[in-house]
Design a protein around this ligand. Structure first.
Ligand code: SD4
Length: 330
């Protein structure tokens, strides 16, 4: 039962009796708050797109030691940025059609502070540069050469991000140069991560090398606050993976957080977010979008267009790779 409904009901003759235990149970903010008749808040907890066990385990390690959600999501997604086997994030990411690896990332904290880097080259951990943009500059986004220059000023080291494997595949792709920005289960692994720490505060991070062989200068949803990621510490957070252009068109993550504010569960909100995208693409649904969300109670959800999307959860209740429900069933 929602707290507001509970209070409404409690005025029907039993207010005096019921109000006291309710207020008492909420009086100590350090304790896990419970509202009469509701489950206790599940925290800390971390959730991320796809089956990124190592990334979610790293974030959980930070949270379990009492670390804050911002450090947890940064350190969690850094695992994927460093993993050259993941060709959609950071070092080892697939290049644009000119052979340049350009990275997008953003981060958002409990106070609504945020930072992003767009289309940045030669830096292995764009999420940490995004955090520096948030913490060390009066700005929210830095793009291209400016972002790279700022990273060097902050002590980041120039790194060639194009691995032999990604280079070989790009050389092969050039034989046809067929530009098919279709994203499905086989060719994308962007990581979006949301965490609630022991204080109940929420932060999120999202990082990607974007679409393989994209046009030079192309930026997707992942570094765009509101599209690829949004956090409101009063409500919850959401993040996305898939065809960024479609996520931007609906400002997907912001939409999902607002739907949760209106009372939808994370699951219902993600489903509605996907339905809005479907409504704009009535004749063409051969692409993938996956949304995940978490609310203030630690409830989680995910929804996607094509079957195959999964998301990881990690809390004291254990960890799991959860298959997401999808709009298209087979
Ligand atoms: C983008 N949303 O750049 C990203 C791509 C993605 O897994 O999610 N790939 O549009």
């Amino acid at each position: 039962m929602q707290r507001r409904n509970f209070l409404k009901n409690s005025t029907k003759g039993t207010a005096g009796l019921l109000a006291t235990p309710l207020l008492a149970s909420c009086s100590d903010s350090k304790k896990e708050k419970t509202i009469a008749g509701e489950q206790p808040i599940l925290k800390p907890i971390v959730i991320c797109t796809w089956d990124f066990h190592n990334a979610s385990a790293k974030a959980w390690e930070v949270l379990e030691k009492g670390g804050n959600a911002l450090d947890a999501v940064e350190q969690g997604v850094m695992i994927e940025e460093a993993d050259t086997e993941n060709q959609t994030v950071g070092f080892g990411g697939r290049p644009d059609r000119d052979g340049k690896v350009t990275l997008d990332a953003c981060i958002m904290d409990k106070d609504g502070n945020c930072g992003a880097v767009l289309c940045m080259q030669n830096i292995a951990h764009p999420i940490s540069v995004a955090r520096k943009v948030m913490e060390e500059t009066p700005h929210v986004m830095l793009a291209g050469k400016g972002a790279e220059q700022f990273a060097y000023e902050q002590g980041f080291v120039k790194t060639n991000l194009l691995t032999e494997k990604s280079k070989k595949e790009w050389v092969e792709w050039q034989k046809t140069s067929q530009y098919e920005p279709i994203i499905n289960i086989e060719n994308h692994d962007t990581i979006g991560m949301l965490a609630i720490d022991a204080n109940g505060d929420i932060s999120g991070a999202c990082t990607t090398s974007g679409m393989a062989y994209k046009m030079s200068g192309r930026v997707g949803d992942s570094p765009i606050i509101g599209a690829g990621l949004f956090v409101d510490n009063e409500v919850g957070g959401a993040t996305a993976t898939g065809v960024g252009e479609e996520v931007v068109r609906t400002v997907g993550s912001f939409l999902i957080v607002e739907l949760m504010r209106q009372g939808k569960s994370p699951q219902e909100a993600c489903k509605e977010g996907v339905k809005r995208i479907i409504a704009k693409n009535k004749d063409k649904q051969d692409f993938q979008i996956g949304f995940i969300a978490i609310n203030k109670k630690g409830e989680t959800g995910g929804y996607c267009i094509q079957p195959g999307f999964t998301y990881r959860t990690y809390s004291k209740e254990g960890h799991a790779n959860n298959p997401s429900d999808s709009f298209i069933k087979t």
